[in-house]
Design a binder for this molecule. Structure first.
Ligand SMILES: Nc1ncnc2c1ncn2[C@@H]1O[C@H](COP(=O)(O)OP(=O)(O)OP(=O)(O)O)[C@@H](O)[C@H]1O
Length: 349
């Protein structure tokens, strides 16, 4: 096993508060390994602790306790020189781009190289290469005010790559962009991850971003990681209610209103219908299991809602079905035996 690019080992971050309110625990006992060369997403609501977590990775904050290793270096124990070394290997892009208005595209991208005291003769070709990498050759001499949001973020990405980092951090980089531009920027990040082998750690409050480019995900709430793993596994078997609520509307299906309004927690009457969510993953996504349930067991199944999509290039489907409550246990057994996942959502009728 290769070492993780970033390893949080029981990290806590406390902000002392004046007065009686007690300290703010921004992060509590975080254990997380960010694999090298992967795209990992941290998702959480406002105030969950995402920015604090990211700021630690580039050495802007230190853990109050626990240990944080970035590219083999201990952030907590680093000297000022050590922190500078950590920052050199970590690039960062921002929601609001943070470009200098008085500098052109080329000037913004060259800035980190100038600050690092790079040889003048090397700066121009390196800058041109980065500009080409992000597809802005025609805009090289424009100023930020003359660029679209997507173009500004491309400048941000090129600037973050200028010093050849091993890790790229993204702080809500697509939150200010429209869906089409978001897609293009995510494609660019994915290309950079694949072609340069760069580790990407991004924070977001949008599960669609995680679905589209993250191979790994951690869900954070009130300073704690409540669920983490490979995106595919977390999406197919979300365990925590927060994860489930982030997933609503992003994968699979939403419950049709006419059913949601009638749903009861218990079967009640004879003749009631059980409402079951059936999740298909991997090769089972295309297997006609529901048809087989009807053909082989004589259980009639009503499909109420459904969606099939791709996550991490693997098929992922989710259906909401109704079937006779008195055949529920048998049907669940049949479907699970054939590799599908089921969850009872309630009863109607
Ligand atoms: N410098 C600070 N001093 C005191 N409290 C802080 C400080 N920075 C963050 N916090 C608190 O720590 C908690 C986590 O904040 P953080 O900014 O990391 O959350 P977030 O998930 O990034 O939220 P958002 O998406 O709104 O940026 C919040 O309760 C916040 O008020």
């Amino acid at each position: 096993m290769t070492e993780p690019a970033i390893s949080f080992q029981g990290v806590t971050r406390r902000y002392p508060q004046k007065g009686a309110a007690g300290d703010v625990m921004a992060l509590q006992d975080i254990w997380l390994d960010v694999p090298q060369g992967a795209v990992t997403g941290i998702i959480g609501r406002s105030g969950a602790g995402k920015s604090t977590l990211l700021r630690m990775v580039n050495g802007l904050e230190r853990p109050s306790s626990g240990k944080l290793i970035v590219n083999g270096r201990d952030v907590g124990g680093a000297s000022d020189g050590g922190l500078r070394a950590i920052r050199r290997e970590v690039g960062m892009i921002f929601q609001h781009f943070n470009l200098l208005a008085s500098r052109t595209v080329a000037g913004n991208i060259a800035l980190p190289l100038e600050i690092a005291g790079e040889d003048r003769a090397k700066i121009a070709p390196r800058t041109a290469e980065l500009i080409e990498r992000v597809g802005l050759t025609a805009q090289a001499n424009r100023y930020p005010a003359e660029l679209s949001g997507g173009q500004k973020q491309r400048v941000g990405i090129a600037r973050a790559l200028a010093s050849g980092p091993r890790v790229l951090l993204s702080d809500e980089a697509t939150s200010a962009l429209d869906p089409d531009t978001t897609r293009q920027v995510l494609d660019l990040l994915q290309g950079i991850n694949r072609e340069l082998g760069l580790t990407i750690l991004l924070i977001t409050h949008e599960m669609a971003v995680v679905r589209d480019i993250c191979s790994h995900v951690a869900v954070i709430e009130a300073g704690r990681i409540v669920e983490a793993g490979e995106t595919y596994s977390v999406f197919s078997r979300p365990r925590h209610p927060t994860t489930r609520s982030f997933l609503q509307g992003v994968t699979g299906v939403t419950m049709p209103q006419f059913i949601a309004g009638q749903l009861r927690p218990a079967a009640g009457d004879a003749g009631a219908q059980a409402v079951l969510q059936v999740t298909f993953t991997g090769r089972h996504a295309t297997d006609p299991m529901l048809a087989r349930l009807t053909a082989e067991r004589g259980v009639s199944v009503n499909i109420l809602a459904g969606a099939i999509e791709e996550i991490g290039a693997r098929p992922f489907g989710s259906l909401i079905v109704g079937l006779p409550a008195d055949r529920l246990a048998e049907s669940q057994g049949f479907l699970e035996q054939h590799g599908l996942m089921t969850e009872v959502l309630g009863y109607v009728g």
